[in-house]
Ligand binder design. Structure first.
Ligand code: ZN
Length: 222
């Protein structure tokens, strides 16, 4: 009789202990998975130690619509350092930011290519973020591992950006330069500067305009 009582007390204690432990573990797990922006900032600080995220990157000006993690457009690999911002043009006149994002997203099924970028700026100046800042994107070949990529839409074959696209590009690039402590002079590059590809076309054909863009970014940062 006494033994049985002791057994019951012991078993009850174990059950209570197990429940308390389970609750503690669950709480920790929930903490870890909540607070999206907080997490993004924490990850940035962990992985890219000098980063203090500029407010523009967290503002409503940017629509965060991350791609599904997949081998063809969002490999989910860590971007451990950022030494430059790379500017691209989409090369497909008249397409919208949303259409270009869909193209990246669909690569997970079509496997037609490996391509993506952190940001796409549309013809109306809208900005879509496709890949978190602490992950690599597939845009800039050998520099995927230490750069942030921006793709820009354009209305025609010349590759010249609309005023709205250009203005958003200046703001976004300035914000990224501030976040990563980059100097526009050598911290902003073209895809052309990495591989010699004529991208962004208009800014390869017009060096003065490219230099002017860097000056505009510098002014925006001040
Ligand atoms: Zn490019």
């Amino acid at each position: 009789m006494r033994f049985r009582k002791l057994k019951i007390v012991l078993i009850s204690s174990f059950v209570v202990l197990a429940v308390v432990l389970a609750i503690v573990v669950l709480q920790k797990l929930l903490e870890k998975n909540s607070g999206g922006i907080r997490n993004i900032i924490d990850n940035l600080v962990d992985n890219q130690e000098t980063a203090t995220v500029d407010a523009f990157l967290l503002s409503d000006s940017i629509t965060k619509d991350y791609l599904t993690v997949n081998e063809y457009s969002r490999p989910g690999r860590a971007l451990k350092e950022v030494n430059a911002i790379v500017v691209h043009y989409v090369g497909n006149p008249g397409t919208t930011a949303a259409q270009n994002r869909s193209y990246f997203e669909n690569l997970k099924d079509s496997h037609a290519a490996s391509a993506s970028s952190h940001f796409i700026i549309g013809l109306e100046g809208e900005i879509i973020q496709c890949v978190p800042l602490d992950e690599i994107s597939y845009a800039s070949n050998d520099r995927n591992y230490d750069t942030i990529a921006i793709e820009c839409c354009h209305p025609d074959e010349t590759g010249q950006f609309t005023t709205a696209t250009y203005q958003s590009l200046v703001k976004l690039t300035a914000s990224l330069c501030k976040t990563y402590g980059l100097n526009p002079e050598d911290g902003i590059i073209r895809h052309y500067d990495v591989t010699g590809k004529y991208c962004p076309l208009y800014y390869v054909n017009n060096e003065d305009e490219w230099y002017g863009f860097k000056l505009d970014v510098k002014a925006e940062m001040e």
